[in-house]
Design a protein around this ligand. Structure first.
Ligand SMILES: [Zn+2]
Length: 201
């Protein structure tokens, strides 16, 4: 929710609204907390998934044991019509049904859109310095079409699965046109990569 919908909601509820800058300050604080919670939840899910797969395979699970697992992968967008500025790719372990990780991609940043546009238009000589200050907080982490977000998210998720989770997503169940699956195969991140595609109707 942006500051405008928040203030509209507050108005309907007969509550005081917030100035955009104040709203963004609180929002960034909330996002930072959300990141911590997200990491904890995914980390817990990974622990459960690793334990369940080790138990099923009948092997002793060491911290560095790398497990091959079958996952379901899909992407979705904030809005339909291939014009969404925000998309997400999500990996789900097939054995347990737990969400292991997700990658959010965005071509939109409220600060760039508002403050950045104003600085660029009114004091362009300050723009580079202004952007450098903002860079670490910038929400834009993707440049390209919304249709390709699912593919890029898969690339990132597969590339870090071993380092982050000691897991190899060696089988992918996915629907749609399987572009993400083809991309992951082409990347050849794992020594052996195999995929099982399934369409859901
Ligand atoms: Zn930005």
């Amino acid at each position: 929710m942006g500051s405008d919908p928040f203030n509209l909601f507050s108005e309907y509820m007969d509550l005081p609204g917030l100035h955009k800058k104040t709203f963004l300050k609180f929002a960034h604080g909330f996002y930072a907390k959300f990141e911590e919670v997200k990491k904890q939840i995914f980390s817990r899910a990974v622990s459960v998934v690793r334990a369940e797969h080790a138990r099923e395979k009948g092997i002793e699970l060491m911290e560095n044991t790398v497990l091959d697992i079958c996952v379901s992968y899909d992407g979705t967008w904030l809005k339909r019509g291939h014009t969404s500025q925000i998309g997400i790719g999500c990996v789900i372990d097939v054995l347990t049904g737990l969400v292991l990780e997700a990658e959010l991609l965005s071509t939109y940043c409220h600060t760039c859109e508002t403050t950045g546009t104003w600085v660029k238009g009114n004091t362009p000589q300050r723009y580079n310095a202004s952007y450098d200050e903002h860079r670490a907080d910038c929400c834009i982490n993707y440049v390209g079409t919304s249709g390709n977000m699912e593919v890029v998210a898969a690339e990132l998720l597969w590339a870090r699965s071993v380092d982050n989770h000691r897991l190899r997503y060696t089988s992918m169940l996915s629907n749609g046109d399987a572009k993400a699956f083809v991309k992951v195969q082409q990347l050849d991140i794992y020594p052996v990569t195999r995929g099982v595609l399934k369409s859901y109707f």
